[in-house]
Design a protein. Structure first.
Length: 114
């Protein structure tokens, strides 16, 4: 069973920054395009950013220019640097492959206050 472990969330004021981390097993990390997903309260989970094995990145329009996804293959870790956070960024953030084929981890809660 593949275990994905997210961390780095927290409570931050609007305009602030956070960096999320996700550790994935090496067996999948190096072979997969990876993504960060967000589930806002009362909404479905959505993909917000993804990164290919060649470091090509793609973002949902609402986070472009504010979020940066990156990966460290040596550490089997994918990051999401979030800046200029807004209230609408509040939610639980998860990582998974793209498309998501593994069991979801616990996620990490991000709460942005006005």
């Amino acid at each position: 069973q593949v275990q994905l472990v997210e961390s780095g969330g927290g409570l931050v004021q609007a305009g602030g920054s956070l960096r999320l981390s996700c550790v994935a097993p090496g067996s999948i990390f190096r072979l997969q395009e990876m993504g960060w997903y967000r589930q806002a309260p009362g909404k479905q989970r959505e993909l917000v950013a993804r990164i290919s094995r060649r470091d090509d990145t793609n973002y949902v329009d609402s986070v472009k220019g504010r979020f940066t996804i990156s990966r460290d293959n040596a550490k089997n870790t994918v990051y999401l640097q979030m800046s200029d956070l807004k209230n609408e960024d509040t939610g639980v953030y998860y990582c998974n492959a793209w498309p998501p084929v593994y069991d979801w981890g616990q996620g990490t809660q991000v709460t942005v206050s006005e």
